[in-house]
Design a protein around this ligand. Sequence first.
Ligand SMILES: [Zn+2]
Length: 314
Amino acid sequence: MNHWSLGFDIGGTKIYGALFHWDKSIPTCVHEITLPTEREKGYPHFLSKMAEIITMLCDQGNILPHDLRKIALALPGSIDPESKIMLSGNTPMLVGKNIHEDLKSHLNFSPSLAFDCENDGNCFALAEVHHGVGLKFQSETGIHPEKQHALGIVLGTGVGGGIILHGKIYNGHRGGAMEVGHTVLVPGGVPCYCGRNGCAEQYLSGLALEREYFELTGVKKRALEILTSHDDPAALQVKKDYFHYFLNFVANLVNFFDPHYIVLGGSLSKHKEFYSFFDKNLGDHCFLPNTQIPIYPFHLNHTAGALGSLLRKI
Ligand SMILES: [Zn+2]
């Protein structure tokens, strides 16, 4: 049956909203909007802005809000599955808030409209399994997305991720599963905003690459420029360290979850060397013999988080 829904990907700097039209189980993004989060203006402003975007997207699609079947949000933090409160994240304005309930009452939703919130890394992984990389994997192996185990890792300004088991998000007891950016890679290392030292995010994010390069050279260079450099000795050193950390990080996750495949998202994942490097080296760092886990770049573009937020069955 055809229907409409709205998915959002909420970041610390941008809000992305998309209107999806569903033809049975096939979604098509028909309209989209990206606006600054303006987190400095506070939480009530955020709620008003969301209401404004919902109206704008419905207007663009020439539909009314009550034509929507579902509104869902991918959020930059851990969402408690019971209370729906965002327990942690890198956008303080949203931490401790029940965005689920606050938006529902702010927008005065009809009781029949479904509403959902989920961690953005989980949403990315879920969308890729069911509408992106997972379809390619199915065509190669015959394994249906509902049977797939997949690991999504998002490398951007931070490091996030999601684990999909049997085609569904595994988000743990309090929504904190796969907060992999805050597993310690270097004991006693760089302080992290979460309160620990040496977290993966402090070594594997784009900001971390830029910081390492700056500390070595006193020069500012963008993360992707550092990764793609072939003749700058400092960039090559930073890149070598980065790949060393990332290989250990991924091998640890593979030893935990033994997924069918890994999908990388975020701005850094566009760097092609990741894939040749891991095809060559990952197996040697995993416990099981003959480990050859495919590692893919994302297939869906910027829509993955918003789409994934809509895919959970609630
Ligand atoms: Zn941390």
